[in-house]
Design a binder for this molecule. Structure first.
Ligand code: HEM
Length: 411
């Protein structure tokens, strides 16, 4: 596949905003997606490891992590859509070809994800009394099934991402031995180190999440000292041990890069990502008791999120380097047809509607979580106003949608 063919596969309409805008948004939203994926995987795994115990603390954690994982799946799915939109706009020749080559798995992805999500809900529905160590656990198999299905779903995403980087192999996958096989039944290419890195990162990210969970409980006086201490020890283990394992996988991934890209492993973006990951691992030791006693308890997760942005940037720079350096394709030469209306609409929707709606939901969830059991939470007038503003903005958005649609149609 020569580069002229790759350029010919581009959308003739061009892109409505400079490619760098899509790349930056892709990096940021991928970091959010993968953070939610990590909490989801870590939460499900912690639930699985602790659910069958007769120990009261382990059962309490299993119950909390089942609820966490359930919510994290929905966040991961919603935040997966955003990088999907950006990658298919900028890298459409690669992304769509990779999808068509494994079309059967792309469709299976949705079915498997639904099955995994339902299996998690099934476990949750069957074990409302999970926190009570005296009750036996029901349908534990469904929790195991959901974790396995989530990993398979992630693996499909990994393969799609990996296959797009090898246009030189597309023909051989599409027509092995010169005979066309259009079924899309196979997953053709994977890199165990790269996939392992993204999965192993779930351990330190979940460790950082547990520090935040511990602080949240401590601030709301919702747990005794023994439980807080135990959660803290577990968080430290996950962060330290998981962080090292993830870095080993990262090293092996970098070592597996093709010879022409060997310099990439010591490039600034890789060094930055490694430095931020190490700093995240070291932070709890630097903060000591302040982790439990002050809002700095949320700092490891916040710093971890910044480290994930660096990891996402690393991943994007690598994609650009492979496609430009090895295959002669430069995304920055994509024909540009600026569409100001959609640009302004996108960013104002994101900032105003996304901002107010999220602020409303998050403040309500936060406050409810801190309300002592048995008391009813009533939102303050300020929070009420944010909710009302969000509703008005959504209403306005709907009106402009139909008005603009009507004007375009009438012209
Ligand atoms: C719930 C289970 C999921 C898991 C475990 C998962 C995991 C992953 C992993 C590990 C990657 C990185 C692959 C790599 O770079 O090698 C990834 C990338 C990605 N995922 Fe997910 N994912 C899940 C669900 C989803 C869903 C539901 C969507 C879309 C709606 C999605 C969209 C994406 C996109 C767009 C990328 C990046 C593609 C690119 O920029 O190359 N993921 N995911």
């Amino acid at each position: 596949m020569n580069s002229a063919m790759l350029y010919a596969l581009r959308d003739a309409a061009g892109v409505p905003s400079h490619p760098i805008v899509f790349l930056v948004l892709g990096v940021l939203t991928f970091a959010l997606h993968i953070a939610a994926v990590h909490v989801m995987l870590g939460g499900t795994a912690l639930a699985l490891v602790n659910a069958f115990s007769r120990d009261a603390m382990r059962r309490r954690l299993a119950a909390a992590m089942t609820t966490t994982a359930k919510i994290a799946v929905s966040v991961a799915v919603v935040l997966g859509v955003a990088p999907l939109l950006f990658v298919q706009v900028t890298y459409d020749p690669f992304w769509y070809t990779s999808n068509v080559l494994s079309a059967w798995w792309v469709v299976a992805f949705i079915v498997l994800l639904i099955a995994g999500y339902m299996a998690l809900y099934f476990f949750y529905g069957r074990n409302h009394d999970l926190a009570d160590a005296r009750h036996p656990v029901r349908s534990g198999w469904s929790l195991l099934a959901s974790l396995a299905l989530f990993l398979l779903v992630g693996f499909i995403m990994h393969v799609l991402t990996n296959q797009m980087l090898s246009p030189d192999k597309w023909m051989q996958w599409y027509a092995p031995g010169g005979v066309i096989d259009p079924r899309g039944h196979s997953l053709h290419d994977y890199n165990v180190w790269r996939f392992g890195f993204f999965i192993a990162l779930a351990a330190p990210v979940t460790g950082a999440w547990l520090y935040a969970y511990r602080r949240y409980l401590a601030a709301g006086r919702q747990a005794d000292a023994a439980y807080l201490q135990w959660v803290g020890t577990l968080a430290a283990r996950l962060l330290n041990f998981g962080g090292i394992v993830a870095l080993v996988f990262l090293g092996a991934w970098m070592a597996s890069l093709p010879a022409g890209l060997s310099g990439f492993s010591t490039s600034p973006v890789v060094l930055l990502a490694v430095a931020l990951l190490l700093l995240t691992v070291a932070l709890p030791a630097l903060l000591g008791q302040r982790l439990l006693q002050t809002s700095l308890g949320y700092a490891p997760f916040a710093l971890g999120a910044v480290a994930l942005i660096a990891v996402a940037a690393l991943r994007e720079v690598l994609r650009w380097s492979v496609l430009k350096g090895v295959h002669g394709y430069d995304v920055f030469t994509y024909p540009l047809h600026i569409d100001w209306y959609s640009n302004v609409l996108f960013f104002t929707t994101f900032a105003l509607i996304g901002g107010t709606t999220l602020a409303y939901f998050l403040s309500i969830a936060w406050k409810v979580g801190h309300t002592p059991q048995g008391q009813v939470y009533t939102p303050s007038p300020a929070i009420d106003r944010i909710g009302t503003a969000a509703l008005w903005l959504i209403g306005l958005w709907l009106v402009q949608f139909f008005v603009v649609g009507f004007i375009v149609w009438a012209r």
